[in-house]
Design a protein around this ligand. Structure first.
Ligand SMILES: [Fe+2]
Length: 280
């Protein structure tokens, strides 16, 4: 295969992959396994100047696993258009919740597990804001003291769409509430023990409360863990240029977008590689 150069982007999360271009992305049959290994190791992979078109992005995503093909406000199946412009994405108002730290797919319907990998390519960037920040939830777990690890191991947390939407829409209409509540909450362990044996914390905007703890104690614990997990020195902040593609691993990374103007031309194309690992 081509020789790849791996350049770490921060001390704890993220690496830039140098040596791949769009024209050869699909040719190298060893690349997908290599990308998946690097994703497991670094949590976030950045490819600059890739300039992926939608179809190539979907074809590459399929080499990494099964993908989400539900409608995404875009002509190409497997692409979801991320834009705050309601003319381009009629569900744009929901995307404001991505300004808070979250795991993609943490409150998905039914038996669907958190998404394995999210692939995002920049087709237009915001004049101000719109950076994406990442923090490792593996690292956050590893940094806990032994007693704290023991205390957290048995805890279970209710996650809901309502919890994440309330952060950006604190005074919802009854119609909004009804839509949010139509998606049933999910209960996940706070500590995710992965098939690999690694452990991560399951945190973010969708956390409603810890089962069996009162509201204040519950919120204080979840907020404290999230604050420590996302301390500035633990975060990689990606400033987008047109042509960048970033892939992250939702099993061990939380992320958020920095706010940007609703009329911004920022447009990202997302493809989701489905997860097959329950939070357990
Ligand atoms: Fe997201």
């Amino acid at each position: 295969m081509n020789t790849l150069t791996i350049r770490r982007l921060s001390e704890r999360v993220g690496a830039e992959i140098i040596g791949v271009d769009r024209d050869t992305l699909l040719d190298d049959k060893t690349l997908p396994d290599h990308v998946l290994e690097l994703l497991e190791e670094h949590g976030v992979l950045v490819f600059r100047d890739l300039h992926l078109d939608a179809r190539t992005q979907v074809a590459f995503a399929r080499t990494l696993g099964d993908i989400d093909t539900s409608p995404g406000h875009h002509a190409v199946e497997g692409i979801y258009r991320v834009s705050l412009d309601t003319a381009k994405n009629t569900s744009a108002s929901y995307l404001r919740a991505t300004f808070d730290w979250h795991i993609d797919g943490c409150t998905a319907d039914g038996d669907i597990h958190p998404q394995h990998a999210t692939i995002l390519s920049a087709h237009a960037v915001a004049a101000r804001g719109g950076e994406t920040e990442f923090a490792s939830t593996y690292d956050a777990y590893d940094a806990l003291g032994d007693d704290e690890k023991t205390d957290l191991l048995g805890l279970r947390v209710v996650h809901s769409l309502e919890a994440s939407q309330r952060l950006v829409t604190p005074d919802p209409t009854s119609e909004q509430l009804a839509v949010w509540r139509a998606r049933p909450p999910k209960v996940h362990p706070l500590v995710w023990t992965h098939r690999t044996g690694r452990r991560s914390l399951v945190l973010g905007a969708s956390t409603d409360h810890v089962v069996g703890k009162d509201t204040d104690e519950s919120r204080a614990l979840l907020d404290d863990l999230l604050r420590r997990c996302t301390r500035a020195d633990r975060v990689y902040r990606h400033t987008w240029s047109v042509g960048d593609t970033v892939i992250w691993d939702n099993r061990g990374v939380i992320h958020r977008a920095a706010p940007y103007e609703p009329d911004s031309e920022r447009e990202m194309l997302r493809t989701t590689v489905l997860g097959d690992e329950p939070i357990q």
